[in-house]
Design a binder for this molecule. Structure first.
Ligand code: ZN
Length: 435
């Protein structure tokens, strides 16, 4: 079979259609975990509270903490020393987030003060129609999701007539030039939160806290002559969250009989800012969940150590496809392309956790799934990004492999990848989880 025919054979548009829907209902990390939970519930998973005592019943369970979700499927007959297979992802994406006192303005314009979250290519947020989403926290500490999908805000670019040098390199001041407008009139203090509260069906006085962020309201879509590409927001890293959810749900739906591992999915928040939070990969969240499932099955610290020693984590996150207009930025011998299958990410300075043994695990999963795969390594002159992979490996002492999908425009408000790759990734993750 030719590579093109192989790709076509694997092109499951149903999976990619569902990813497009997932992106649309997941404008914030809080929404992403809700979207994942909805799919897990359909596959028979049930939510458990961290504050409850956990039992050892077989089946699917998940916990949600803020914008993070950990789900696992306990097969019938798993012992306390049974190792785990963990697929790790993150739910957050770089964007513009609402400041504590958001109502501001200048020269007759009403504006919203925003803070920049993560590594944002600022120009990609100009002249886009932006919605608002996130969560509103009530006096009793509970919170409600809110998603306003119509054009509410916009960061208007300066006209070229007022900036003749713009094409020689745009300079954007993070404080002065990124403040979105949302209407005309004098600054009306308290009006943004009051408006959002009302839209969520709440009395403004009930809302005492908020975590709100902007998103491009244009939905994700297929792109290209043959619709073989996928353009959309938050592909980094909701593509992986969606693939991991689909893979874990598929493993659970198959019944899990005879599984040598306990399949686990970890979707962390705050990867884009260094993972240092109670919901990030540096937190004890994943470790606590794994430990508690061991102890719930009557395991001892010895069982826990044995389980973790046999555990492997597959960290999945977006990577760079070779850019046709900037090929010199890439490693000349490693040119991942969209729809060539998932990429194995390698960096000997441990920006990625992959080593030769990890490569073998990844290759075996792809081979079992019948999925082609590629390798990514940076050009030595270009600093390499990193992922939750090395953090998880160091934090839990578990064998970890970094993989992902080749994309262009990473961290842009609208990214681009192959439309067949999400299914190929999900298939590889499923094979990995099954062991
Ligand atoms: Zn990422």
């Amino acid at each position: 079979m030719s590579p093109a025919a192989a790709r076509q054979a694997f092109f499951d548009r149903t999976h990619t259609d569902d990813l497009i829907a997932f992106l649309g209902t997941s404008p914030s990390p809080y929404h992403a975990v809700a979207s994942a939970a909805e799919r897990l519930e359909k596959a028979g998973f049930r939510q458990v509270a961290e504050t409850d005592a956990w039992d050892a019943a077989a089946g699917g369970r998940y916990v949600i903490r803020g914008g993070a979700l950990i789900a696992w499927y306990l097969p019938e007959g798993a012992g306390p020393e049974t190792p785990f297979r963990v697929v790790g992802t993150h739910t957050d994406s770089p964007n513009l987030r609402v400041k504590p006192l958001p109502d501001t303005g200048s020269a007759g314009w009403r504006q919203v003060a925003v803070e920049i979250y993560g590594g944002v290519p600022l120009n990609t947020w100009l002249d886009r129609d932006l919605g608002l989403s996130g969560r509103l926290t009530l006096k009793d500490g509970s919170w409600r999701l809110v998603q306003l999908d119509e054009p509410l805000l916009r960061v208007p670019q300066l006209a070229i007539h007022l900036d003749r040098q713009v094409n020689d390199g745009m300079k954007l001041d993070k404080q002065r030039h990124l403040t979105p407008i949302w209407g005309l009139g004098p600054v009306d203090e308290g009006s943004l939160i009051a408006y959002v509260a009302q839209r969520a069906g709440l009395e403004p006085a009930e809302v005492v806290g908020w975590d709100l962020m902007t998103h491009d309201v244009q939905p994700a879509s297929y792109l290209g002559r043959d619709r073989e590409l996928l353009a959309g927001p938050r592909l980094d890293n909701l593509l992986s969250v969606h693939a991991a959810t689909a893979a874990l749900a598929a493993v659970a739906s198959a019944g899990g009989a005879g599984l040598p591992y306990i399949p686990v999915m970890a979707a962390f928040d705050h990867e884009e800012t260094g993972s240092e939070s109670d919901t990030g990969a540096q937190s004890p969240l994943l470790g606590n969940v794994l430990d508690r499932t061991v102890y719930a099955r009557g395991g001892t610290p010895e069982d826990r150590a044995r389980a973790l020693a046999g555990t492997v984590c597959l960290s999945s996150d977006m990577g760079h496809a070779v850019h046709p207009n900037y090929t010199e930025r890439h490693e000349p011998g490693h040119h991942p392309l969209p729809n060539g299958g998932p990429i194995l990410k390698v960096n000997v300075n441990n920006r990625y956790a992959t080593d030769g043994v990890g490569r073998a695990v990844f290759a075996a999963a792809c081979e079992k799934a019948g999925v082609p795969w590629q390798t990514f390594v940076s050009n030595n002159a270009m600093p390499c990004g990193t992922t939750i992979g090395p953090i998880t490996a160091a934090r839990l002492g578990i064998k970890t492999v970094d993989c992902g999908i080749a994309a262009l425009s990473m961290h842009s408000a609208r990214e681009l990848c192959g439309a067949a790759d999400p299914y190929l990734l999900a298939s590889a993750i499923k094979a990995f989880l099954e062991g």
